[in-house]
Design a protein around this ligand. Structure first.
Ligand code: HEM
Length: 445
């Protein structure tokens, strides 16, 4: 390892994260340089090594130690954390669900669920928390597209309850593994967490087993995660595990949609701009399709800016497969590297007015000034397979909101949690109010 890299201590990282978890890493990258050492990791927000790490096969073959640690948690051994033949087999089995050709057929599922969500929310004077409401909507969509379960099927609430109970254990601050400052005390809680997750996963497994038997008896087979994995000869244990894993990963889109609505509440001027464009592009259609995205320029710019400001993960772990040489630095093969995604998206060397929420920057420059400084879904072999689904969900929900509702949020300066997978640290109460007629300016009293 080149000894020119500066070393950040845990105490200082803790202090910066306590001050402001969102800006901590970009501030530290300005102080320590775009690549620096922290604990046993090399941290970087330098687009040059990032490109090499993502695009060269030698660096994508093996998962990082962080991924491997997660993989051992009950319910986590899905495509994000696996590698080698197992990863290929999982991806191959799941791909029909994520394929663009299939996703474009799911637009009515997302649109119907969105209508039900907005109808219900518009009847409430003050909904207590935006993320909880959006997650409820996200679950309904995930259930129909991912598990092939409509809300009226009795197994849907049962499975949802079991999955939520399993996921809640991954979100407890005492046992979170995505803590940048994780210490021995927390590591010691891992076995207990594993036990809890394993018990809760057993319930998921029982429900999945009933679903499979029921579908087999009826000769039903759809394009959803459960049926595709079953068809590819995965056993009930593995299917339950991946059902949990994908439920956990799906949360990324709930977070991004929440951030989008939060920014609409903070910048109502965008509601008007997006409404005018959505009405013009969609005409009498009630929801957009993925193919509309190139014509929904304002909405596409808005989505990009949300993804820039709020990447689904603060950092992406990688293990270098061979020596990485750049700018006179040599990082040996086998090193644990954390790509600081949030810092990459906010470094002043890459962005003008990096901390401003400004969707118009994408109108002025449709591509980032510096290649690989904007990679919300990553690039290369290990990029996000849920991207099309996430984009369709985002544009459908935001377009329905701006055309038919006004959005009010009752808290507009909410901090993020300090973890690798960020969320808002507080509840964001909100209100939707229906416009008197879709697309015009009046608000129904
Ligand atoms: C806006 C929402 C989303 C964002 C920003 C996002 C971002 C990402 C990123 C950055 C990765 C790479 C992580 C890593 O290698 O450590 C990833 C991987 C992945 N994402 Fe997403 N994601 C989103 C939505 C979804 C959805 C809705 C699904 C569906 C369940 C999904 C499924 C996956 C899977 C399975 C992987 C692992 C791919 C692989 O390694 O082969 N994502 N995502």
């Amino acid at each position: 390892m080149s000894n020119t890299l500066k070393v950040l201590g845990v105490g200082e990282a803790r202090r910066y994260l306590a001050q402001d978890p969102a800006t901590a890493w970009v501030t530290l990258a300005q102080k320590y340089g775009k690549t620096f050492r922290y604990r046993n990791l090399t941290l970087t927000c330098d687009p040059e090594p990032v490109q090499t790490l993502l695009m060269r096969k030698t660096h994508t073959r093996r998962r990082s130690r962080i991924h491997r640690l997660f993989r051992h948690m009950p319910g986590m051994a899905g495509p994000l954390f696996t590698e080698g033949e197992m990863w290929k087999r999982q991806l191959h089995a799941l791909m029909p669900v994520f394929h663009r050709e299939h996703i474009v057929t799911c637009d009515h599922v997302i649109a119907d669920a969105t209508d039900a969500f907005t109808d219900a929310a518009a009847n409430v004077e003050r909904c207590p928390d935006l993320f909880s409401s959006v997650s409820e909507l996200g679950s309904r969509i995930a259930f129909e597209i991912g598990y092939g379960l409509t809300p009226d099927q009795p197994q849907a609430p049962e499975l949802r309850h079991a999955l939520e109970s399993w996921k809640s254990e991954t979100e407890r601050s005492r046992s979170r593994l995505d803590d940048f400052c994780i210490d021995t005390r927390k590591m010691l809680t891992i076995p207990w967490s594993c036990l809890v997750m394993s018990r809760r996963l057993a319930r998921v497994r029982r429900i999945i087993s009933t679903i499979i038997q029921d579908r087999r008896a009826r000769g039903v087979h759809g394009v959803n995660w459960i049926d595709c994995l079953h068809l590819a000869d995965f056993g009930t244990n593995a299917i339950a595990c991946m059902a949990a894993h994908l439920f956990w990963v799906y949360d990324a889109v709930n977070f991004i949609v929440t951030c989008g609505i939060y920014e609409l509440g903070r910048n109502p001027i965008w509601i008007d701009a997006l409404r005018v464009e959505s009405c013009a592009v969609l005409g009498s259609r009630s929801a957009p399709a993925l193919d509309d995205l190139p014509r929904l320029i304002c909405l596409s710019n808005f989505m990009k800016e949300v993804l820039r400001r709020y990447p689904g993960s603060m950092g992406i772990a990688r293990q270098s497969g061979s020596t990485l040489s750049y700018h006179g630095l040599q990082i040996p093969g086998g090193s644990e590297i954390l790509i600081l995604l949030h810092a990459l998206h906010h470094h002043p060397d890459h962005w003008d007015a990096a901390n401003a929420f400004d969707p118009d920057r994408w109108r002025r420059h449709p591509e980032p000034r510096i290649p690989y400084s904007f990679i919300p879904f990553l690039e290369g072999a290990r990029q996000c397979i849920g991207r099309r689904l996430a984009e369709l969900q985002f544009i459908t929900i935001i377009s329905a909101l701006v055309r038919n509702y006004t959005v009010e949020i009752f808290k507009d300066d909410v901090r993020l949690t300090p973890y690798m997978v960020p969320r808002f640290a507080e509840a964001i109460p909100f209100r939707l109010r229906r416009r008197s007629t879709g697309g015009d300016d009046g608000v129904q009293e």
